[in-house]
Write a new protein. Structure first.
Length: 175
């Protein structure tokens, strides 16, 4: 009796196939489903057309020139996404919050800071040669360097009151 050993080698052919999605979702198209300025401008690639009440992306070829004159663009105020959107949608309406009560014109933030999203951000270093000088306050109205008179200590001093105090001192000297 003869025994044969039959070894069968099966050929395994690599099967290569690719999956092609039927629809590719581009993040710029997401803008089209947003229905309010607040929703729209939470996304940096989106713009809000006020005249059409519509969210769109200029990065898409069909919208490059859409609503050129009446659109609100995303702006990064370095706040949270929702706060950035609120500020962008409000436009310049929040800037009135950068004036002290009763003041409606003149420089915002007493001219010593930037109005960002309706809040004053005071100049962190008003004098580079003297880094200890500071400007503080809700409207950047206080500092620690505007007073040189005998009644001065370490501040902070109300910027406009210092002028009044100087006038009082001058009046007392003249008397």
């Amino acid at each position: 009796m003869k025994t044969f050993l039959v070894v069968s080698l099966a050929c395994i052919l690599p099967v290569v196939f690719s999956i092609t999605p039927i629809f590719i979702m581009d993040e710029n198209w997401v803008c089209n489903v947003k229905r309010s300025c607040l929703e729209c401008l939470r996304l940096s690639q989106c713009s809000w057309c006020q005249a059409e009440n519509r969210c769109f992306s200029r990065k898409l070829p069909t919208y490059e020139d859409f609503c050129r004159d009446n659109s609100t663009e995303y702006h990064n105020y370095e706040l949270s996404l929702i706060d950035n959107a609120r500020c962008s949608c409000a436009g310049g309406q929040l800037e009135e919050n950068c004036y002290p009560p009763g003041v409606t014109d003149g420089p915002k933030c007493t001219g010593r800071g930037a109005c960002i999203c309706g809040r004053c951000v005071c100049d962190p270093m008003p004098d580079a040669e003297h880094p200890t000088k500071m400007v503080v306050g809700e409207f950047c109205e206080f500092d620690n360097f505007s007073c040189d008179g005998p009644r001065c200590n370490e501040g902070p001093y109300l910027h406009n009151d210092v002028r009044n105090m100087d006038n009082e001192t001058a009046a007392n000297i003249e008397d």
